[in-house]
Design a protein. Structure first.
Length: 432
């Protein structure tokens, strides 16, 4: 099978020409070159050069010091894109966690410190020459993932490479070569030494991906990485699900495949659906996501399924109130993915029912019923003007009022709520 020749955007040629005219050897490297040989649309084009960061900064008018310590300068091209230009680097000193970089003289040295043969390829955009010292293109054609050099050594230098291997093999449908796989599996116990941020970004890249993350996630499981990093998810393996003969892990992973690429948090919610509340919270905490991301994901994962389309209005309002009315679409997508996955795995097809539920939830929402305490025609100040003593009881009274209004939205009138509030306050003090 002939491999397609990489075709870099014109800006890559311009950057390379500028550097070459300055006397510096310059190559397109890494992921974009790999993707081109796989016939996939290339992501970011990165360049490697003999020029030092300072020299790069001198040659271009618009630069950004992205990671000067790592030798990386961002060059803003006329096409509006920023390209990363990184000085050739050689063996990076590491403690498995942090890298200490020293610069190299040649592209060959630079390629030798890269993680996998398929990533250790360089393309000269002007001379149109491929540099592939470790046989990466052949490995791509035979669909093999292997480290550059001795696997155990390379994984020990940076344990993140274990997770990168699982991601690349899973997403690109590569077979992990035997020695690489053996070393990788024997070292998963070191993964907790990685920073939470790097582990999280890897997981999000898997979940963000097109095609679906299923194969990469299954490699997380079969390598043992899942048990080490995400025991809450590993516990779903072998646990029986609503689909006969299918475990919860398989169902959850299948659901991620039914959700769109580019929505990693929606897929994460699907993955966390079958984990218990505490397990979910623990895992999300370890990922160190933002508070908003953590809360949203936990809510989506823990939300009750949409009420059936023949449910009473009040039940739909209660669901909208507890799930958040702005969340209908996300939760419906989750329910849909869940039932599509079940169906694909041989279970009942509930897809039609979910679509009807979705329609019904939207219809009830469109009547704009009060769904939150803030929607009530009476607030804390209103309670004070009734002569009630301010205090923690207010929250309880307002919640009870909302509950009363969810049963019947026509009750959301100030005078009715005042009467009910006095009744609630009275019954409370009577109870002592
Ligand atoms: P993608 O961008 O799709 O995640 P990529 O291969 O471009 O894939 P990047 O993280 O963008 O991955 O890194 C660019 C290149 O840098 C890689 O192709 C690889 O050559 C090298 N590289 C990145 N991370 C490491 C690492 N931890 N160890 C060794 N080389 C690495
Ligand atoms: Mg990249």
């Amino acid at each position: 099978m002939a491999s397609p020749t990489p075709s870099a955007p014109p800006a890559v040629g311009w950057i390379a020409r500028t550097l070459e005219e300055g006397g510096y050897d310059t190559w397109a490297v890494g992921g974009a070159v790999r993707d081109a040989y796989m016939g996939r649309p290339s992501g970011d084009w990165d360049l490697a050069t003999r020029a030092t960061p300072r020299e790069v900064q001198k040659l271009f008018r618009r630069t950004v010091p992205i990671g000067i310590d790592h030798g990386t300068v961002g060059v803003l091209a006329r096409d509006g894109t920023m390209y990363e230009v990184t000085t050739f680097r050689k063996d990076v000193e590491t403690d498995g966690r942090h890298a200490v970089v020293s610069f190299a003289d040649t592209i060959e040295e630079d390629l030798a410190r890269r993680d996998f043969t398929v990533n250790a390829v360089a393309w000269h955009p002007l001379r149109e020459v491929l540099l592939d010292p470790f046989g990466g293109v052949g490995d791509l054609e035979r669909r093999i993932l292997r480290t550059v050099g001795a696997p155990e050594e390379r994984f020990r230098e940076d344990y993140l490479r274990i997770l990168r291997a699982l991601r690349f093999a899973g997403l690109f449908r590569l077979e992990v070569e035997a020695a690489t796989w053996t070393a990788l599996c024997s070292l998963v116990g070191h993964l907790p030494a990685l920073s939470a941020e790097r582990v999280r970004e890897e997981l999000l890249k898997v979940l963000d991906a097109d095609p679906a993350p299923g194969r990469a996630l299954d490699l997380y499981a079969s390598s043992g990485a899942l048990a080490v990093l995400y025991p809450e998810l590993d516990a779903l393996r072998g646990a029986s699900s609503e689909v006969v003969g299918v475990d919860r892990w398989t169902h959850s992973v299948a659901a991620t495949a039914e959700l769109p690429a580019g929505r990693p948090f929606l897929r994460l919610a699907a993955l966390l659906r079958e984990a218990g509340g505490d397990a979910r919270a623990g895992l999300l905490l370890r990922l160190k996501l933002s508070n908003a991301q953590t809360d949203e994901t936990a809510l989506r994962a823990g939300a009750a399924p949409l009420p059936p389309s023949d449910a009473e209005d009040r039940d739909v309002r209660r669901w909208l109130s507890s799930s958040g009315s702005s969340r209908i679409a996300a939760l419906a997508r989750l329910d849909l993915a869940w039932s599509r996955a079940a169906c694909r795995l041989g279970g009942h097809d509930r897809t039609g029912a979910v679509v009807s539920s979705w329609r019904r939830a939207k219809q009830v929402r469109s009547t704009a019923p009060p769904l939150a305490v803030g929607d009530l025609a009476l607030d804390g100040r209103g309670l004070i003007s009734l002569g009630l003593p301010p205090g923690p009881d207010f929250g309880r009274i307002l919640d009870a009022l909302l509950d009363w209004v969810l049963d019947d939205p026509s009750r959301n009138r100030r005078e009715l709520l005042e009467g009910k509030a006095l009744e609630l306050a009275g019954s409370d003090s009577a109870d002592g």
